[in-house]
Design a protein around this ligand. Structure first.
Ligand code: TMP
Length: 194
C-alpha cells in the first residue's frame, strides 16, 4: 500500500510519517521516504530546488524529475517487493505549491502525473490541515526556513486552498486530519482512519 502525507508548512507531516511507518512495521516491510528527495538523484534535485528560485515551469519539471527518479528507484521497487510505502509529500504537493501557490499550469501538472509516474499513485493520502499562521509560526520556531516558507501568508493560503480542492475532488483517497491537535491525537486520528 502506498500512503502519502500532505499539508502545508509546520503541519507535523514528518513526525506523523515516522509514527505511521513504525506502526506498519509491526506487520511487515515498510519504506519511509520523502519528497522532494527519497533517492540519491532526487535528493540532489531537492538541494537544487531549495537553493534558488526557478522559472515556474522549470520548477515544476524539476519536482517531477525528482519524483520520477524517486518512483523508479525507490517507491516502485518497494511496492513490487510487497512493502508498504509511507511518503512525506508527493504529487499533490506540486499541485498545491506550484499550481495553487505559484499559479502554474494545471494541465502541465496533469500531463506530468500521467506521463511520468507509470501509474504509481497513493491509495490513501492524509492531509494534515491547520491554519496558515499556526503552521508558519511552528515552522519558524523550528528555525529551518526554506525558500518556500519565506513566500508569505497569501502564498500559503493558496497552498492550503489547493490542498482542500484536491481533497474535495478525491474524497475516497483523502482523509483530512486536524493538525492543530496534540501530536498523539493526530497519530490516533491517522491510525483509526487507516
Ligand atoms: P519539506 O519541508 O516538507 O521537506 O518540503 C520542502 C519544501 O518543498 C516545502 O516548502 C514544500 C516544497 N515542495 C514544493 O513546492 N513542491 C513539491 O512538489 C514538493 C514535494 C515540495
Amino acid at each position: 500500500m502506498f500512503i502519502t502525507l500532505e499539508g502545508g508548512e509546520g503541519a507535523g507531516k514528518s513526525t506523523q510519517a515516522r509514527r505511521l511507518a513504525a506502526h506498519l512495521a509491526q506487520r511487515g516491510a515498510v519504506l519511509l521516504t520523502r519528497e522532494p528527495g527519497g533517492s540519491p538523484g532526487a535528493e540532489a534535485t531537492r538541494a537544487l530546488l531549495l537553493s534558488r528560485g526557478w522559472d515556474p515551469r522549470a520548477e515544476m519539471l524539476l519536482h517531477f524529475a525528482a519524483r520520477r527518479e524517486h518512483v523508479a528507484r525507490s517507491i516502485a521497487p518497494a511496492l513490487a517487493a510487497g512493502a508498504a510505502v509511507v511518503c512525506d509529500r508527493f504529487a499533490d504537493s506540486t499541485y498545491a505549491y506550484q499550481v495553487g501557490g505559484q499559479g502554474g499550469d494545471a494541465a502541465l501538472w496533469r500531463a506530468l502525473v500521467d506521463g511520468t509516474l507509470g501509474g504509481v499513485w497513493p491509495a490513501r493520502t492524509f492531509l494534515l490541515d491547520l491554519p496558515v499562521e499556526v503552521g508558519l509560526a511552528r515552522a519558524a520556531a523550528r528555525g529551518e526556513t526554506n525558500r518556500y516558507e519565506a513566500l508569505g501568508r497569501d502564498f500559503h493560503a493558496r497552498v492550503r486552498d489547493a490542498f482542500h480542492g484536491l481533497a474535495t475532488r478525491e474524497p475516497a483517497r483523502f482523509r483530512v486530519v486536524d493538525a492543530s491537535l496534540p501530536l498523539d491525537d493526530v497519530t490516533a486520528a491517522i491510525l483509526s482512519a487507516l
